[in-house]
Design a protein around this ligand. Structure first.
Ligand code: NDP
Length: 301
């Protein structure tokens, strides 16, 4: 049987991420020209996790391409807590560095919470310090997590004003679900946060004008969970075997979201593809956060 073409508008993360990176590069050029200020990003990677190495490389390349000062610290897997905390303290004190990102996950012997807590909140461009989480929850200016901010950019580009929309966020992690819910609330949406203990999740999802999936379960959200015409933001990044049995037998995998794209794209008004949606926004927002941090540290805003 022929496959149905998606009827939903595709929200193209590539286009919006390129646009944001170009805007950041302009801002960096202006800061350098008018204030002699070059925003600086330090990325810290401990160990050799292959996915983390790819993310860190991309962050370094994009920050350089935007005209920023960019430093990557690659530490061996057996780095101890004190060494890592010493590096974070040095970066906190370094006037050329405005943004510090410690790539997660850290090797098991390191205390992730203590490391994140050691980063100066004003240089915490990943927005994971409790001070920034508190600022976000209180509606105060701060540095907010990149993937949630990227999701909000896509929503605003697609829908314009979000006032009064019913939003359902599936997932309540500190990294994604909670901050997205806070940002939607700031945008005057009526927000429901669903999670693994939510009763009748399909019915809750069907209430949403805006449905955000941040679960980490491949294709969990089905087409009939979606209100016709809703806007769907799929944050999920899951590796699954190929549908083609030959490719699957060869151990090949592909990336899919938390939403069943084929079904959902027949019902939704607009939807982010995976890959090609939210994931591409994350690094672009990291660059933007670094510029924001640099401006604030220099007293320019
Ligand atoms: P977590 O595992 O930290 O959180 C998952 C959340 O989903 C939890 O709140 C959990 O509920 C909820 N959940 C799990 N199972 C169910 C279920 N059956 N029904 C309803 N809710 C459920 O994941 P993250 O928030 O870190 O990441 C979510 C997804 O986003 C992942 O696929 C991740 O790879 C992706 N991601 C993508 C990024 C990007 O750049 N695009 C960046 C970061 C993450 P409970 O709290 O009750 O356990």
């Amino acid at each position: 049987m022929a496959e149905l073409a998606p009827t939903a508008e595709l929200i193209d993360g590539k286009v919006y991420a390129e646009r944001l990176r170009a805007r950041v590069a302009e801002e960096v050029a202006q800061l350098r020209r008018d204030h002699g200020l070059q925003p600086g990003l330090a990325v810290v990677l401990v160990g050799e996790d292959p996915a983390s190495q790819i993310y860190v490389k991309s962050k370094g390349e994009h920050s350089l391409a935007a005209g920023m000062h960019s430093v990557t610290h690659r530490l061996p897997h057996d780095t101890d807590q004190d060494e890592l905390l010493k590096l974070v303290a040095d970066l906190n004190a370094d006037p050329l560095i405005h943004g510090i990102l410690v790539q997660l996950p850290l090797p098991k012997h390191l205390d992730e919470k203590a490391v994140l807590a050691a980063i100066s909140p004003d240089k915490d461009v990943d927005g994971l310090h409790v001070v920034n989480a508190g600022r976000l929850a209180s509606g105060l200016p701060g540095l907010y997590p990149c993937t949630p901010l990227g999701s909000m950019i896509l929503l605003r580009e697609t829908l314009g004003d979000l006032t009064g929309k019913r939003a359902v966020v599936v997932g309540r992690s500190v990294l994604v679900g909670r901050p997205i819910a806070q940002l939607l609330l700031q945008a005057d949406c009526t927000v429901t946060i669903a999670h693994s203990r939510t009763k009748d999740l399909p019915a809750v999802c069907r209430e949403a004008d805006i449905l955000v999936a941040a679960v980490g379960r491949p294709r969990m959200i089905r087409g009939d969970w979606i209100k016709p015409g809703a806007t769907v933001i799929d944050v999920g990044i899951n590796r699954v075997p190929f549908d083609d049995p030959q490719k699957a037998a060869a151990g090949r995998t592909k990336v899919v979201g938390d939403v069943h794209f084929k079904e959902a794209s027949q019902v939704a008004g607009a939807i982010t593809p995976v890959p090609g949606g939210v994931g591409l926004m994350t690094v672009a927002v990291l660059l933007q956060n670094t510029v924001t941090a640099a401006r604030r540290l220099a007293g320019l805003e």
